[in-house]
Ligand binder design. Structure first.
Ligand code: SF4
Length: 130
């Protein structure tokens, strides 16, 4: 989400992600779901999606742990997070510093996410205006 620049698995995936990001930018809360979420939805409609793979479940758990630790709370599935501008800046700073990237090892998008974050999040679609 922090490094989403309009790239993804398919045009349907990108179009859907654009809509989700626009809702977050407008102030909608994130509900932390277990398993595939709204962002994944277009992939679930394809043959053999990877969304239920053990590696994905493991990545989700690692990311949940990292972000909870950063925000100083034990995040659980079903919790809600509102992305304010200070929270976004905090998350961005931690991500580029590697504090919330344990889930990224081996991810096919690793180089892109690294380039976006180290490039000052230039082109990132999630921004908050307060
Ligand atoms: S490298 Fe992969 S797991 Fe890490 S933020 Fe990017 S897409 Fe998510």
């Amino acid at each position: 989400m922090l490094t989403y620049v309009g790239k993804g698995y398919s045009q349907a995936f990108i179009d859907n992600y654009d809509r989700v990001i626009a809702r977050l930018a407008a102030g909608e809360e994130i509900i932390i779901g277990q398993g595939p979420d709204e962002i994944c939805q277009p992939l679930l409609e394809t043959a053999d999606p990877h969304c239920h793979n053990d590696s994905v479940v493991e990545r989700d758990a690692q990311a949940l742990h990292d972000v909870g630790k950063l925000l100083g709370q034990s995040l659980q599935f079903g919790d809600r997070i509102k992305i304010s501008l200070p929270t976004l800046e905090h998350l961005r700073h931690a991500f580029v510093g590697g504090m919330t990237r344990s889930a990224c090892a081996g991810c096919e998008w690793f180089d892109l996410c690294t380039a976006v974050s180290t490039g000052g999040y230039n082109g990132a679609k999630l921004y908050i205006v307060e």
